[in-house]
Design a protein around this ligand. Structure first.
Ligand code: FES
Length: 118
């Protein structure tokens, strides 16, 4: 995804490696890339809305920033299984890069090439 396509305050859904992700920017501008399927009933989080740095599901309003849900309605305890995966992501050289794993094993190739050129 191009960096300029990820406007502040907006959610962007995208197909990614055979699944779907939702991307957005935190208040500080850094990108977040989450699996797009809500842990509750599987709704596409890209049709939800941003609440500060959290994405809120359109259906029953579970909120996420990656990992365990941060909020569920009705004052209920947050279920342990209410989790969505967060892909490590960076904004570099005009692109949003997401690593397919829990920890990036290397920098995005263009970012590394730019760093080596300095
Ligand atoms: S489907 Fe997302 S909160 Fe219910």
């Amino acid at each position: 995804m191009l960096s300029k396509e990820l406007a502040p305050g907006r959610l962007a859904g995208a197909d990614f490696l055979g699944t779907r992700v939702v991307a957005y920017r935190r208040a500080d501008g850094s990108p977040i890339v989450l699996e797009a399927y809500c842990a509750h009933l599987g709704a596409d989080l890209s049709v939800g809305e941003l609440q500060g740095d959290e994405v809120q599901c359109a259906f029953h309003h579970f909120r996420y920033t990656g990992g365990r849900s941060t909020w569920v309605p009705g004052g209920c305890a947050i279920p342990e299984a209410a989790r969505v995966f967060r892909y490590p992501a960076v904004d570099a050289l005009g692109m949003i890069w997401a690593f397919n794993g829990a920890e990036p094993l290397f920098e995005p190739q263009p970012a590394r090439a730019a760093a080596e050129a300095r």
